[in-house]
Design a protein around this ligand. Sequence first.
Ligand SMILES: C[S@@+](CC[C@H](N)C(=O)[O-])C[C@H]1O[C@@H](n2cnc3c(N)ncnc32)[C@H](O)[C@@H]1O
Length: 211
Amino acid sequence: MREQKEQYWGKFALTYDNDQEYIVGKPILQAITTKLHEECDLGEVIEFGCGAGYFTKVIAEKARHIIATDLSDRMLEVARVQLQKFQNITIQKANCEDTYFPSRSFDSVFMANLVHVVENPMNVFQESHQILKNGGLLLIVDFTGYGMNWFERMKLGIRYLKKLGMPPRHSRNKLSPDQLVSFVETIDFKVEEARLLGDKTKALYLRGRKA
Ligand SMILES: C[S@@+](CC[C@H](N)C(=O)[O-])C[C@H]1O[C@@H](n2cnc3c(N)ncnc32)[C@H](O)[C@@H]1O
């Protein structure tokens, strides 16, 4: 299963950022970028599922150091090239559902568009909780069909199929802010903010704190 997933994402590594822009559209990517720019002082950051590094770039100036991780070697190769000018980013392979990082070692955990593709998001939140320092920040961005009208969802689905084919079996595509809040609260995060961003296409934005 892990190899299948790695292969699936690896196939799109070279074109992923452009594919993503085509599928969800520039306005939602801009809305996420603007919101991420409001963050400050993220400290020592671990990013899960960095892909080709689209949002890693955006948070780079807000962090002392980022370890950007992904399951796919090919995504990491592309990220390594695209992020080479950033002195404070290290790229490493890791499975976010079962990492090897020591407990309480990060100030922030960041994940963009990962929750809807992983097999078991609760494992990812549990792992995040374990490797965050007390008071550490869980920062989640995730595209969702929740709040989109039927017609826009269909159009987005067609654009997805055209670029990336059938999505992985366990993909979830209509997560609401309330559902995401209840997931992370189960793992003992205190949610500071949870909202829906975007107009025609949408993304969840959540900030949670390890107590
Ligand atoms: C939808 S892409 C998002 C990439 C990037 N965060 C972005 O928003 O542009 C999902 C990424 O998560 C990675 N991924 C999927 N399952 C993973 C896992 N269990 N551990 C680490 N990375 C994973 C994939 O390889 C892929 O690069």
